[in-house]
Ligand binder design. Structure first.
Ligand SMILES: *Cc1c(COP(=O)(O)O)cnc(C)c1O
Length: 484
């Protein structure tokens, strides 16, 4: 049976609003609005009661799965619990009623919040200057690359290439292309990290930068990163780090101290704002002193206790977002940082690492192979290739079987260098009990796969949508209802 859509409840004359009769005479309307702008037919909207709307959307919402339902172990995505106090603060009327064009004398509180958040992020990352404007991680990457482009243009250097490890997130090469550079792939070794030798083999005067996630997408802290950055700097290239995995580092290691020149953060991941489904996000970019003059405008500055939007950035790469970024996400990140404090933040990183390593141990079995022999940090990757060889059950089938057991699947088939990859990031907010339960379910799925593979291959059977044809679903998706 097809799931009803809101139009299925529609009957002429039903309504969910209660408005006074229109008191503008017909004649006046035609004088006020040009004839060609008055529509001749009614819009095709469903005619439903308020109660039907509420029940319909409530029932749809209940089919969803969210971090508030249970573990959401998507590697790279950092789906951690979103403390309610963040929402409470973001909803304060002083924030929500603030118009983006409010004069700066009347928005000092908001500007101070942005300024202070920037200062805290500088301290956390070990960088010298910040822009809060980018709207997401990928947007921050693009901004970082535009900063580089402007910097090299200013220096009259023509550098065209950006080196990217083969384990990189897909947004990295995409951002590189958008910024007008050419992405050059570097190979990770069998333990999933990049070596100084491999980087050196690709270094020449055309290389603008290396763009690397650290810890990388296998959760491995790049062991040769300090030497690699030294080699980059000797070559006049920039060391860029994708900071999406900063939640493994806070209070333990600062990207600026390691030697990186530019980093983008994902406030919505590391600092606990709800995300997924398209945002909003926030992807601040932080740079070393020598790149400060290339930041996008405006930056938030302070002079004699007065906060202001500063458009006086000498060699700015331009403006990358209207107004000043996604303010509500900044408020939530700011609240989160203040709530945890220095000790709490360090503990959150250490617990994220402990949880990942605990879970890694708990799901060990002969049918999963670790993607690296090194100890991971906040996330880890296993290959389900041995299980596939033995039973034909793939990583995808494990993911579907998890859905049937009321849990969210991990990230699959990423990073691309690991066959049959399951990429798991439990985050620090899951309890030992929840990790134990997840591990138990995974072990049970493997056991069932060995005993009766069809019972896994035919899952899910309990979800509203059963197994879809993956190829058809991505090539010919039917995403809208068409009125007949
Ligand atoms: C999530 C992620 C990104 C992209 O961030 P968005 O905020 O989704 O644009 C980039 N790199 C890595 C490693 C990520 O995990």
């Amino acid at each position: 049976m097809r799931t009803p859509i809101i139009f299925d409840y529609s009957k002429p004359g039903k309504k969910a609003y209660n408005l006074p009769e229109i008191d503008v005479p017909e004649k006046e309307i035609s004088e006020l609005i040009p004839e060609n702008l008055i529509r001749k037919t009614k819009p095709r909207l469903p005619e439903v009661s308020e109660f039907e709307i509420v029940r319909h959307y409530h029932s749809l919402a209940r089919r969803n799965y969210a971090i508030d339902d249970g573990i959401y172990p998507l590697g790279s995505c950092t789906m951690k619990y979103n403390p309610r106090v963040n929402e409470r603060v973001a909803k304060l009327s002083g924030f929500t009623n603030l118009h983006p064009l409010t004069p700066q004398e009347l928005s000092q509180g908001a500007l101070k919040l942005m300024f202070d958040l920037g200062e805290m992020l500088k301290e956390i990352t070990g960088m010298d200057a910040v822009s809060l404007a980018p709207a997401a991680g990928a947007h921050g990457e693009l901004t970082g690359l535009l900063i580089m482009r402007t910097y090299f243009k200013h220096k009259n250097e023509k550098r065209t290439k950006v080196l990217i490890p083969d384990s990189a997130h897909g947004t990295n090469p995409a951002s590189v292309m958008m910024a007008g550079f050419e992405p050059i792939q570097i190979k990770s070794n069998e333990d999933g990290y990049i070596t100084l030798k491999e980087v050196k083999d690709h270094l020449d005067k055309d290389v603008a930068a290396l763009m690397v996630t650290n810890p990388n997408t296998l959760g491995i802290f790049e062991p040769e990163i300090v030497e690699i950055i030294e080699a980059l700097h000797e070559n006049g290239s920039i060391a860029y780090t994708d900071g999406a995995n900063l939640n493994a580092l806070i209070g333990i290691s600062r990207p600026g101290d390691i030697g990186f020149d530019i980093i983008q953060l994902n406030l919505h991941k590391t600092f606990s704002s709800p995300h997924g489904g398209g945002g909003p996000g926030s992807g601040p970019v932080l740079v070393k002193e020598y790149l400060k003059d290339f930041l996008p405008v405006p930056v938030v500055s302070e002079k004699n206790g007065h906060y202001f939007l500063d458009y006086d950035v000498k060699n700015t790469c331009g403006m990358i977002k209207l107004f000043y970024g996604n303010f509500s996400v900044m408020i939530k990140a700011f609240t989160y940082i203040l709530m945890l404090g220095e000790k709490g933040l360090v503990k959150s990183s250490k617990t994220a690492i402990l949880n990942a390593n605990y879970l890694k141990k708990k799901i060990e079995n002969p049918y999963f192979k670790n993607a690296s022999n090194l100890t991971p940090m906040h996330e880890f990757v296993v290959s389900a290739l041995p299980l596939k060889k033995e039973t034909g059950v793939r990583a995808l089938d494990i993911a579907k079987a998890l859905l049937d057991r009321g849990l969210h699947a991990p990230t699959m088939y990423f990073p691309l260098i690991v066959e049959e990859a399951l990429m798991i990031e439990p985050t620090e907010t899951e309890s030992k009990e929840s990790l134990d339960k997840f591990a138990e379910v995974i072990q049970d799925i493997v056991k069932q796969a060995l005993e009766n593979r069809d019972s896994i291959i035919n899952t899910p059977v309990k979800t509203p949508i059963k197994r879809v044809n993956e190829a058809q679903a991505s090539r010919n998706p039917k995403l809208k209802w068409l009125a007949d």
